[in-house]
Design a protein around this ligand. Sequence first.
Ligand code: SF4
Length: 69
Amino acid sequence: MKKEYTNGDVAIVWEQEKCIHSAVCVKGLGEVFKPREKPWIQMGAVSSEDIIAQVKQCPSGAISIKEEK
Ligand code: SF4
């Protein structure tokens, strides 16, 4: 199952099955990755550059970036 969360510029593609719950994303960018909330990925607060940089740190590939433009 894939889900997408967009800010109109970039989207995070989320593949739950791949996630190994390392919490790298949550520790690195807690304004976006909020595992206790729904939706758990909230794109509002942070620049696209910061989102892209954090997504690249994901060790499992559960989150990836899709350019919207
Ligand atoms: S960094 Fe990747 S593997 Fe770790 S919790 Fe986030 S999405 Fe899952």
